[in-house]
Ligand binder design. Structure first.
Ligand code: PLP
Length: 388
């Protein structure tokens, strides 16, 4: 059966390849330590689970949901933005519920990108920005993120003719996979650039709550005038250990939210209202100690991993946010061969940086989604098995 061109161009899903290698190693009896997928290892707080149970028993939730999300959930997002970022959002037209933020990120390209239009996509990046562009038959122009530039794109390096034909720019800070962070000054530059060229600015803020040493990641909507052109994608997945629940939202410029809404009305019929009720509980009523406690857990793991790698010759700075560590590969390796060596010699899974785009070559990503004791065991194996 002949597949469509847009499907034929899709590279194999990065984690599918890694999962297959992992299964093969497990079958051989290897005790695998995985720093692979960025999926929190801790459970959803019981308070949210209880709310869900109650909401499932409520008959009005059994009917079709509102496609744009329940007004109650959208109002909760608006209240949370006010409290967390001092950003004012109208729940009626500046907030939309998503079936996980990935869903909205993938769909926004269909709403605004015509064949031949450019998108400005970071490299390396979460793969959905590129795939979303491809599904809309757009052309992705990579903005390289380099260590010299603190993994921030250099807007001056974007060719003018590309900028003129660009419809969407994507940014993501705190960043997956590099763990880099951005400040409001950088976001203001991005807003100015996108306004100059009439580009929709999309900011993926999936890691806004996962930060260390007192750092509080900003919202791009805090930049004056950002609401004219920018939308921000938020997710309940990472802060509340809710990846399985599929709860996210898009907020910001009402024209952009409206365009996304047209795609969504015709593709899905919204998220189960009971899940949104649980989402309200997470955003507004969670124990205020919960997120700081999660961040303490990740921060302690970060310290064990980075101190351990640095004792073996790496020279990594302590990350300020996300549960990732983006590490250059040792001399003599590229990102694929180092991952293969880690798996074969140490039974350790790390993700090849090149899977996030060509500029990810020379790096691997560790996710801090495993116990400190397993991180120590992994470091021990690396010391013994890899002649670094
Ligand atoms: C995890 C992640 C998301 C997606 O989260 P959802 O579960 O779809 O809400 C989006 N962007 C980045 C960069 C991520 O790492």
């Amino acid at each position: 059966m002949e597949r469509a061109e847009r499907i034929k161009k899709v590279p194999p899903y990065l984690f599918a390849t890694i999962d297959k290698k992992k299964r093969e190693a497990i079958e051989r009896g290897v005790d695998i330590i995985s720093f692979g997928i960025g999926d929190p290892d801790q459970p959803t707080p019981p308070q949210i689970v209880e709310k869900m149970c109650e909401a499932v028993r409520t008959p009005k939730n059994h009917r079709y949901p509102d496609y744009e999300g329940s007004l109650e959930f959208r109002s909760a997002v608006s209240a949370w933005y006010k409290k967390r970022f001092d950003v004012t959002l109208n729940p009626a037209n500046e907030v939309m519920t998503l079936i996980g933020s990935k869903e909205g990120i993938a769909h926004i390209f269909l709403a605004f990108v015509d064949p031949g239009d450019y998108t400005l996509i970071p490299d390396p990046a979460y793969p959905v920005y590129k795939l979303g562009t491809m599904f809309a038959n757009g052309e992705a122009h990579y903005m390289p993120l380099t260590a010299e530039n603190k993994f921030l794109p250099d807007f001056a390096a974007i060719p003018t003719d590309v900028a003129k034909k660009a419809k969407i720019m994507f940014l993501n800070y705190p960043n997956n996979p590099t763990a880099a962070v951005a400040d409001l000054k950088f976001f203001a530059e991005a807003v100015a650039f996108c306004k100059q060229y009439d580009i929709i600015l999309c900011h993926d803020n999936a890691y806004s709550e996962m930060a260390f040493d007192g750092f509080q990641p900003p919202s791009i909507l805090q930049v004056p005038g950002a609401m004219d052109i920018a939308v921000e994608f938020g997710s309940l997945s990472k802060p509340f250990n809710m990846t399985g629940w599929r709860m996210g939202f898009a907020v910001g410029c009402s024209e952009v939210i409206g365009g996304l809404g047209i795609i969504k009305t015709n593709v899905d019929s919204g998220q189960f209202t009971a899940v949104q009720d649980a989402g309200i509980e997470a955003l507004l009523n969670i124990d205020p100690k919960f997120i700081p406690a999660m961040n303490d857990l990740y921060q302690a793991r970060r310290d064990v991993l980075i101190d351990g790698l640095n004792s073996m010759g790496w020279n990594l700075e302590k990350t300020k946010a996300t549960f990732y560590v983006w590490a250059p590969v040792p001399k003599g390796y590229d990102s694929m061969s180092f991952c293969a060596a880690m798996l074969e010699k140490c039974g350790i899974i790390v993700v090849p940086g090149v899977g996030y785009g060509p500029a990810g070559e020379g790096y691997v990503r560790f996710a801090l989604t495993l116990d400190e004791s397993r991180i120590k065991e992994a470091l021990q194996r690396m010391k013994q098995q890899l002649a670094l």
